[in-house]
Design a binder for this molecule. Structure first.
Ligand code: NAG
Ligand code: NAG
Ligand code: NAG
Ligand code: NAG
Length: 369
């Protein structure tokens, strides 16, 4: 860094102690100068609404390591409208807080605090929850945990303080979010989330239960190639058309059954359903509704997406500062399983009454026929 070079360039004074003192003072001043400059620039850019440039600054400060921890760093950070100047709330993963956040000598502005999430993507597995999370965190008023905390299902014993510690730092105006798709099918989750805060906003990404089940199976198969066939696992007696409702891949898709237990704690208005299908065909429209539900400005629009035909999935457009491609969707390498069309028909019949009941309950037709 320029500061250190300066320190070394000074000719050595006669006495060791004096020399040491001199360098010490100099580096202190330099550090101060660097920080002041950084925060000055940062707040200037924010006031101009040049959020994208924040990443470049962050890179200079935190170095390579920090950048890798936060591949979506251009998408994060404080809201341009936030009052507190130059608060580089950085990492989103439950990774160690960035270096700057730990220094709080005079002159360093507040960097926000860790808060329990006000909104949670609670499900469903293979519905498109990752995409919704990555899309919504483009919003400057949203900060999210990158990994799945599994607090309300597997880690509840660790307590709310542990849970909070995983959260990114946020400013007053920002919403903290996380996603763990297994919450939706966890019996205790609604009560536990209600106990944390009855105001928690819940997002559920749903998708045709048949394609969801196949996608779920395909994922499992890629990890455990020895499992029985999809057809074998789906039925207790196929000729009788007896579907095995205890198999998770089937059970998760019985949305209305799980929804009932959420509705015992939360009013329907506090649960927002995202269509996994529309998320692909019209990501901006679907994300518009998510932003409305969260009570934040519609910042994420058409302009943020392009459709990658190879992937068959919408991707986030590259910004100046983003390095990694922000494309999600089907993994290309995944084994493609051929499912007997008759089985698909049988499952469609099986799910039909559940789907209809689900549409009625939420007051929305997802058109999974
Ligand atoms: C850092 O800031 C907090 C809150 O403003 C304060 O309580 C604490 O004493 C500060 N720590 C140091 C080392 O200045
Ligand atoms: C609800 O949360 C409080 C802490 O806020 C805790 O002491 C209590 O055990 C929780 N109750 C249930 C039923 O989870
Ligand atoms: C399925 O049901 C049919 C008719 O009741 C019966 O003959 C057959 O043995 C059953 N198959 C299995 C695998 O249980
Ligand atoms: C589309 O996705 C494919 C497969 O992941 C990738 O190789 C390609 O670079 C992407 N194209 C664009 C224009 O982003």
């Amino acid at each position: 860094m320029a500061c250190r070079v300066l320190g070394w360039a000074v000719p050595p004074p006669p006495r060791l102690t004096r020399r040491f003192l001199f360098i010490f003072t100099l580096s202190l001043s330099c550090t101060y100068l660097c920080y002041s400059l950084l925060f000055c620039c940062d707040s200037l850019m924010q006031s101009r609404g040049l959020g994208e440039h924040r990443c470049l600054l962050i890179r200079n400060v935190g170095g390579k390591k920090l950048l890798q921890k936060s591949p979506y760093c251009s998408l994060e950070g404080p809201s341009p409208s936030a009052a507190s100047p130059g608060a580089p709330a950085l990492s989103s993963a439950p990774a160690p807080a960035p270096r700057l956040a730990s220094t709080n000598h005079s002159g360093t502005p507040k960097l926000g605090t860790k808060r329990l999430p006000q909104a949670i993507i609670v499900g469903v597995k293979k519905g498109g929850t990752r995409a919704v999370l990555e899309f919504i965190r483009v919003h400057p008023d949203v900060r999210a945990v990158g990994t799945e905390p599994h607090f309300f299902d597997r880690n509840y014993d660790r307590g709310l303080d542990w849970y909070r510690s995983l959260m990114p730092r946020t400013l007053e105006s920002q919403i903290t979010m996380e996603k763990t798709p297994s919450y939706f099918v966890t019996k205790e989750a609604p009560r536990r989330i209600f106990n944390m805060s009855r105001d928690t906003k819940l997002i559920v990404v749903v998708r045709n239960p048949v394609t969801r089940a196949i996608s779920d199976y395909t994922q499992t198969l890629s990890k455990k190639p020895d499992i029985p066939t999809f057809e074998g696992l789906s039925f207790r007696n196929r000729s009788l058309g007896l579907v095995d409702m205890s198999w998770n891949a089937i059970r998760i898709g019985m949305y209305v059954v799980h929804l009932e237990s959420w509705l015992q704690y939360f009013p329907l208005a506090q649960i927002h359903f995202v269509s996994g299908e529309r998320l692909i065909t019209d990501p901006a429209g679907e994300m518009g509704r998510v932003q409305d539900f969260l009570g934040i400005k519609r910042v994420i629009t058409d302009k943020h997406f392009y459709f990658n035909k190879t992937k068959g999935f919408p991707c986030l457009k590259k910004t100046e500062s983003s390095i990694l491609p922000r494309c999600l969707g089907k993994s290309k390498g995944r084994t493609h399983v051929q499912i007997d069309p008759e089985v698909i028909d049988q499952l469609r019949d099986f799910y039909r009454p559940y789907n209809i009941k689900f549409y009625e309950t939420v007051g929305q037709d997802f058109r999974w026929e």
